[in-house]
Design a binder for this molecule. Structure first.
Ligand SMILES: Nc1ncnc2c1ncn2[C@@H]1O[C@H](COP(=O)(O)OP(=O)(O)O)[C@@H](O)[C@H]1O
Ligand SMILES: [Mg+2]
Length: 244
């Protein structure tokens, strides 16, 4: 469902993302983990068609992002790490605005908006200005907006930053439900616990290079470690970075 082929982004001498090859299947939750500056956000921005790769390609559901960006983007629900929300709109107005951009019909919109607002405990505040929302509420609204058009692929950058434990649980449950319905989920995180909890497969990126991919069990074997948790595997595979 998602294929990254030799995907690279260079900034001068810095190889922010270096020849990334990766496939994620329908219904899979893929966790993309790495220390700060590893290249997670750069990868996600290229996947979402917001940033042009220096080399390589992003294929979403068989559609090449560089060749047919509109078609590829329709298949994606992108939740950036710092979502842009119009603070002078109400939550409901923002959802309506987003639905209009995607050409979602009014009756479908009413049903979906109601569903997400309920699920994310935003219903009671839907007609208040976004500027009055807490950070967590804004995050939940951004997630709702990104999912209104039922995208088969959801790409999320650091979904849990700023969410309290209840908010985190809501998001985890939602991702599991979506994946069970066949949605492909790609999420970056530096929260290892989250990756352990919800991801079917994990990729570890360090200094722009994908240093390992696999299930948690695979990664432990690759790192030649026995009964350890992801944190220990992560520190071993990204040793230099965490020490510097
Ligand atoms: N616009 C930019 N110009 C120059 N360097 C950048 C730019 N964006 C990111 N970088 C560099 O690319 C690397 C990867 O950054 P990023 O993808 O944001 O990492 P992460 O999301 O994993 O923390 C870092 O070294 C960062 O400084
Ligand atoms: Mg980032």
């Amino acid at each position: 469902m998602i294929r990254l082929k030799g995907l690279s982004k260079h900034y001068g001498n810095i190889k922010a993302v270096n020849r990334l090859n990766l496939s994620v299947s329908p219904g899979e939750i893929f966790g993309f983990i790495g220390p700060n500056g590893a290249g997670k956000t750069t990868t996600i921005r290229m996947m979402g068609g917001l940033l042009a790769p220096t080399e390589g390609s992003v294929i979403i559901g068989g559609v090449d992002m560089a060749r047919r960006p509109e078609k590829a983007k329709k298949k994606i629900g992108l939740i950036p790490d710092q979502p842009f929300l119009y603070e002078k709109l109400t939550g409901m107005e923002f959802l309506q605005f987003t639905a209009d951009l995607y050409g979602i019909k009014q009756d479908a919109f009413a049903e979906k908006a109601g569903k997400f607002l309920n699920m994310f405990s935003l219903f009671g505040r839907a007609h208040e200005l976004i500027e009055s929302y807490s950070h967590g509420m804004k995050q939940r609204l951004a997630i709702s907006a990104a999912l209104l058009h039922d995208p088969p692929v959801v790409i999320v950058d650091e979904p849990m930053v700023g969410l309290d434990p209840r908010g985190m649980k809501m998001v985890k449950d939602l991702f599991r439900t979506l994946a069970a319905q066949g949605t492909t989920i790609f999420m970056s995180t530096h929260t290892l616990k989250l990756a352990e909890d919800v991801c079917d497969r994990i990729g570890i990126i360090n200094k722009g290079l994908l240093v390992a991919t696999g299930t948690l069990t695979d990664l432990k074997h690759a790192a030649d470690m026995g009964e350890v948790d992801l944190e220990q595997v992560f520190f071993q595979l990204t040793e230099e970075e965490s020490a510097s």
